[in-house]
Design a protein. Structure first.
Lengths: 271, 271
């Protein structure tokens, strides 16, 4: 299975331009799965909910419909981040679009970063895994700041993900410390698809740091992009290899879990 | 607060020799907290439960009593791994011994590695944090293979740990991918104290890979040892710096957790 991650620099508010860029890249990239960054149709730096609402659209809207049709016609899985409007709710979402449209799913970002809290609602889809029988791959989605919470990738791992796809708009470098661990600790492939470029809005300048990366299930980098350039990474992955979670005759990283001993759901700080 | 990690190569079965080594190092190391590797009084490669039982001793036994007295007399916290016998149960344990003996606690390794499953019972203490008021530090314990489970360090983080201490006998290098992430994702200091040297027993040769490391709460290495030498690492840490889990005005890595969305306690593989 051949996956491609597309590192681009969307232009804020230029939806038609950004969509054309995405369409051209889909048309010209041979692969089974093509992945674009977080909020890649709109840009990132919304001022507030009112502005987000101007640019957001339904998962039944034109953008997702056009791309879904391309997934079907070109027999490619397409995953991209977009600003989603659902009635009065706004989500920082990722669409996973399949040749078989019945498999299409939307993931709504669980952990909101920085000023996103003023522009979006917290995601309500939770974590899920989509099984694509044709390619025999189980795909899980998370978005950007979700990386910081081991529970996100762990949830996807426990649900059976072979590959975690993480559309991102990362403005720090600190994620490089944890992203390979997310792959290793769950024995899954992981594709972090970042954007690059700068947005100057709302009195702030945000530099998106590129360096998109694809990791194997040992946390090893299979491919890594530059910090500041449009770049497509490719990797051939073998999803079946992630499913045996044992690594010697006596240890299995899922079966060895001591769920009887973990503190999960509360903050119990000693004071 | 000055911590010291002691990377040594215990000799299998030579308890008196190993304990003398430990005592000399405690006597000659100026610090507030001194940490030794997993199973450092006995060595690692027990053949089976019968052999473990020959060398294991109670947490009320001579070894721990002698070291506990030293902790009191020298006003040092001492943490070390040892083989613990409790009635007919055997544990791969770590003792945390304080100047105030009332604080002394035993952690029993939760996740057993490889042939440990034939030599020890799975730990039953779970994860806990010890507050030392004199130094104003909250210490949590895990042992070696516990690193692979983000839930272990997460449990300690949520319980209020400022510093995670991880006595180890690591025979791979793969932990270097995750250990810094454990510190970063919980914003805690982390001291991984490994042994070095080789044990040839039970028809197997185990090479312990040293490279003990102390990480700050951003996952940055403060000090790192050689792979194959006796070496003491020192670090000055400021436990209070770990307690504010926010990193900008809007994000806090604990408060941002979406415990409503996480899959924790079950394996739900799609088939």
């Amino acid at each position: 299975m051949k996956i491609a991650t597309v590192q681009i620099a969307p232009i804020f508010g230029e939806k038609e331009h950004n969509l054309n860029t995405i369409i051209n890249l889909i048309n010209n990239t041979e692969c089974d799965l093509i992945i674009f960054p977080e909020l890649c149709t709109t840009g990132y730096s919304f001022a507030d909910r009112n502005e987000t609402e101007q640019y957001a659209e339904s998962s039944k809207g034109d953008t997702i419909s056009i791309l879904s049709k391309m997934a079907m016609e070109q027999n490619k899985i397409i995953i991209l981040g977009f600003a989603e409007k659902d009635d009065h709710q706004l989500f920082n979402s990722a669409a996973a679009l399949f040749p078989d449209q019945n498999l299409n799913r939307i993931y709504r970002k669980s952990h909101l970063f920085y000023r996103e809290k003023f522009c979006f609602d917290p995601g309500d889809t939770g974590f899920f895994v989509i099984n694509n029988h044709d390619l025999d791959v189980n795909i899980g989605l998370m978005i950007c700041y979700d990386w910081r919470f081991p529970e996100a990738a762990r949830s996807l791992g426990l649900l059976g993900a072979d590959l975690i796809v993480c559309p991102s708009n990362l403005v720090t470098d600190v994620w490089h410390i944890s992203m390979p661990s997310r792959a290793l600790e769950n024995k899954v492939y992981l594709a972090c698809v970042n954007r690059f470029g700068t947005e100057n809005r709302n009195g702030e300048s945000l530099l998106f740091k590129g360096k998109s990366a694809i990791y194997d299930y040992n946390g090893k980098i299979l491919a890594e992009a530059a910090p500041d350039a449009e770049q497509i990474l490719f990797a051939d992955i073998d999803p079946i290899k992630t499913r045996d979670k044992s690594f010697n005759p006596f240890n299995d990283i899922f079966k060895d879990r001591r769920t009887d001993l973990y503190h999960n759901n509360s903050i119990e700080i000693i004071s």
